[in-house]
Design a protein around this ligand. Structure first.
Ligand code: SDX
Length: 423
């Protein structure tokens, strides 16, 4: 086993630490006992250089722009599989055979109804409340209706708990949208596949036929898949932190929903469209690029940059291809795309962005597709929640099964007052 030697020049303390190889990517230095050996803590603002756990679910190579779910490249999964197959893959570690798929997919359908009591919560919410605030409140209530999942030990119950929330989130998200529009809540239709069912619950009315085209189902299914998991991002880290305390699994997912809401994270998809609408025309793009580059201007180019990808986000590549394929079939707003293409063209050639490895990320393209599916901006991040719930719950299960996992409790660099007496 290779070693790392650290020497504290100030105190003359030193210690050796094990270098643990990873199956892919950089090895990690196990710094257990670091303070006792060398008299100091490590400091890593935002955990940019810190591995918080070991995981076998997803791997990202930021330099190459590569994303693997259980070893499979995202581009190949997007071409050959659907979202529910990928949910099975993330949860079980392998793609399902036809019997496994049929049983899993049927169970997701049958679990798509939340307890009827959840519906009555919506009467309390203002109809102009942001859907993320309403969604997180309603999902939090799920832990009240499924208290039996608080302390899980066996595999089958882990999977039962996981299938339940994966199946119910789209229904609750659709309820959230319908409430915000003053429309009647629509029950799930168990004769429809997951993604088609979501579009049905968003669009249907108690009378009349609901039009849902296969091309729309395929597009949204791909969006759910591309959002399914992404290693230890901010919301997944939040889910793991809450899960590490032994809280209800659904309470941990709610914490993830609230972390994802931030515009630096999952809320960026909504901000991208708002920003393109604010730019308003191709002629205005240069002015906003200048603002994004100005160190004294807090304006950021939404949908650009990533903590890990220092190359094109592979999910963005898949979505860009999908967006261009859909341009004719579902009438994507060409004006917003022209502005987006101009932003991309300038940013990819501008020294400021190139030097900082700022490339389009998943959020840069998802918004124009979702808008073309008739989904309102305020529902973009709830759509991200639907896709990501399987990732969150898979990490939670992996954590609960890891005998070495501890409660999250980082330390700090204290820079406050020294001890003093109260006058
Ligand atoms: C997601 O982590 C994940 O995996 C997340 C995600 C997932 O699937 O879970 O991929 C989903 O959150 C995608 C990211 C969506 N967010 C946005 O699109 C918001 C816009 N992007 C930025 O806020 C930013 O790029 C972050 C938050 C995404 C990443 O920030 P970092 O890695 O902390 O980078 P930084 O803030 O340290 O920036 C480095 C430099 C700075 O300039 P200097 O101080 O070196 O001069 O790049 C600049 C920043 O000012 N910069 C940008 C910029 N992003 C970074 N400048 C203009 N526009 C931007 N978007």
């Amino acid at each position: 086993m290779a070693k790392f030697y650290v020497r504290n020049e100030k105190s003359q303390e030193s210690g050796e630490f094990e270098l643990l190889e990873s199956t892919l990517g950089a090895p990690v230095v196990d710094i257990s006992g670091f303070k006792a050996k060398v008299g100091a803590y490590t400091y890593d603002n935002g955990f940019t250089e810190t591995a918080s756990c070991q995981s076998a679910i997803t791997y990202i190579d930021g330099a190459k722009g590569e994303l693997l779910y259980r070893g499979y490249p995202i581009e190949e999964l997007a071409e050959k599989k659907n979202y529910i197959e990928v949910c099975y893959l993330l949860l079980h570690g392998e793609l399902p055979n036809s019997d496994e798929y049929e049983s899993f997919e049927r169970d997701i359908r049958t679990k798509s109804y939340p307890h009827e009591g959840i519906k009555y919560l919506f009467r309390a919410f203002p109809d102009n409340g942001h859907p993320m605030a309403i969604l997180s409140s309603a999902v939090s209530a799920l832990s009240a209706f499924h208290h039996q999942h608080l302390n899980i030990k066996d595999d089958e119950e882990f999977m039962e708990m996981a299938r339940r929330i994966i199946a119910k989130i789209p229904t609750i998200a659709a309820y959230t949208y319908r409430h915000s529009m003053g429309y009647p809540l629509i029950y799930p239709d168990m004769d429809r596949y997951f993604t088609e069912n979501f579009l049905y619950m968003m669009r249907a009315f108690p009378t009349g036929k609901t039009q849902i085209r296969d091309v729309e189902v395929r597009a949204l299914d791909k969006i759910f898949m591309l959002h399914a998991d992404h290693e230890q991002n901010a919301s997944t880290t939040t889910v793991r932190a809450v899960g590490s305390t032994g809280a209800h699994p659904y309470a941990a997912v709610v914490a993830g929903i609230n972390a994802l809401w931030g515009r630096a994270h999952g809320g960026a998809n909504e901000s991208v469209i708002a920003q393109l609408q604010m730019i308003g025309s191709v002629e205005n793009v240069d002015k906003f690029i200048k603002k994004a580059k100005d160190p004294n201007d807090p304006f950021r180019l939404m949908g650009f940059g990533h903590r890990v990808y220092k190359n094109f986000d592979p999910r963005a590549r898949v979505l860009k291809k999908l967006r261009d394929e859909l341009r004719e079939t579902i009438g994507i707003s060409s004006k917003l795309i022209e502005i987006a293409d101009r932003v991309e063209e300038i940013a990819l050639n501008d020294e400021y962005f190139v030097k900082r490895n700022l490339y389009p990320n998943i959020d840069f393209y998802s918004g124009t597709i979702l808008e073309a599916l008739g989904i309102r901006k305020k529902m973009f991040t709830p759509i991200f929640v639907i896709g990501r719930t399987v990732g969150w719950i898979t990490h939670l299960i992996e954590q609960k099964k890891d005998p070495k996992q501890k409660i999250y409790r980082p330390r700090q660099r204290y820079i406050g007052k020294t001890k003093r007496s109260v006058p």
